[in-house]
Design a protein around this ligand. Structure first.
Ligand SMILES: Nc1ncnc2c1ncn2[C@@H]1O[C@H](COP(=O)(O)OP(=O)(O)OP(=O)(O)O)[C@@H](O)[C@H]1O
Ligand SMILES: [Mg+2]
Length: 355
């Protein structure tokens, strides 16, 4: 395996003690013919250098929109963004598109669920990686091509010197995903956002790709935001986990603590329905009764209350939206009645259904 060579251009040095990436009350909404979709609401978190933060939640909870908003991609989908995203001390939400282009794919890179969407079908994989390099580095095509072969080799593409000249459709699904990881890492980003990078792949390939992501991270010291449905993956690779529900942070904290002692009933429900890698995707997370709320018309009060076994009128769950509140060391939870060691994850399996 080749080592990844240091980039020829360096990014501005960070301010000491400041987290690499800070989201502060980030909200994203979309105007649709049916009304305003509030996809992400007041999401705040930090990611430190080299850290892995996993974002977990059901379909539609706002995970991808959060990742896309960090990259400024909502600008292409007419999303309205409020709040702040700071990277290395610089505000990204108000940055011009031109400035942001220097950061995208260079300092912050993204790996998507569907690698076909990341590659243009008419250009070879090699040409697209070469373009990605030359967009950010003043190097010749020859040097960039050598670098493209090097990263394709690193991600395990066989005969990279030949395959570099092939088109995306000539690669298998797993190989395309590897190639996308190669393209994302080629400029040695400080932050890699991986949006369910393994969902479309079969089980053995999933494990290989996850191992590859961990390897990339170890090699480059990259911070990673890993969006996943799979709490099994979280336990394996993440330092901290952020549980999203209905566009908001339900709970965030160190992985071991959250998994050992979930404080939000939703987290406990997810853990009770720990997805199994041997089951098809659509059979996962089925143990939490009910379905996530509509982001067009979310319920009043706590957005999770219609599905919650612990909801209480006295606590205000039906009428008042709880705020994300510090709960225990390094942990925050958005719940009026956070679980304690006496309440177990099993208790959340059968919430009363009189809603
Ligand atoms: N461009 C858009 N216009 C309108 N609504 C959108 C747009 N993009 C996303 N949404 C809505 O925002 C909500 C959050 O979507 P998002 O894609 O972030 O979910 P997710 O958590 O990534 O789900 P999944 O696990 O299925 O990928 C959904 O209700 C979705 O329909
Ligand atoms: Mg998504």
């Amino acid at each position: 395996m080749n080592t990844i060579v240091a980039p020829s251009l360096t990014t501005p040095s960070r301010k000491e003690n400041e987290p690499l990436l800070t989201l502060d009350r980030l909200s994203v909404s979309f105007e649709t013919p049916d009304g305003t979709v509030r996809a992400v609401n007041d999401v705040s978190f930090e990611v430190a250098h080299g850290e892995t933060l996993a974002i977990v939640g059901e379909s539609g909870s706002g995970k991808s929109v959060t990742g896309q908003a960090i990259m400024g991609l909502h600008r292409k989908t007419n999303g309205t963004v409020t709040g702040s995203v700071r990277f290395n001390g610089r505000e990204l939400t108000t940055m011009s598109e031109r400035e942001l282009r220097h950061i995208r794919g260079n300092d912050i890179a993204m790996v998507f669920q569907d690698p076909l969407s990341a590659f243009h079908p008419y250009y070879t994989i090699g040409n697209q990686i070469i373009e990605a390099i030359r967009l950010h580095r003043p190097v010749s095509r020859r040097v960039a091509r050598a670098r493209a072969v090097e990263v394709l080799d690193f991600v395990g593409i066989p005969s990279p010197g030949t395959r570099v000249d092939e088109y995306p459709h000539q690669f298998s699904g797993g190989m395309r995903q590897r190639a996308m990881i190669a393209m994302a890492m080629v400029n040695e980003p400080k932050v890699l956002i991986a949006d369910e990078p393994t969902t479309a792949l079969d089980v053995t390939i999933q494990l290989q790709i996850l191992n590859l992501m961990v390897q990339v991270q170890a090699e480059l010291g990259t911070a990673m935001i890993m969006v996943t449905h799979d709490l099994g993956v979280v336990g394996e690779i993440a330092d901290r986990v952020l549980i999203m529900y209905a566009g908001a942070v339900a709970e965030v904290g160190e992985v071991e603590r959250v998994i050992a002692q979930p404080a939000h009933p939703y987290t406990a429900g997810l853990l009770g329905s720990l997805p199994r890698i041997d089951l098809p995707t659509q059979r996962r997370l089925e143990a939490i009764p009910g379905s996530p709320p509509s982001m067009l018309m979310p319920p009043p009060g706590c957005k999770f209350h219609p599905r919650c076994a612990f909801r209480s009128e006295e606590a205000g769950c039906f009428t008042t939206e709880p705020q994300l509140t510090p709960h225990a060391e390094g942990r925050s939870v958005r719940c009026f009645l956070p679980l304690t060691p006496k309440t177990t994850a099993r208790d959340t399996q059968e919430p009363s259904r009189d809603v």
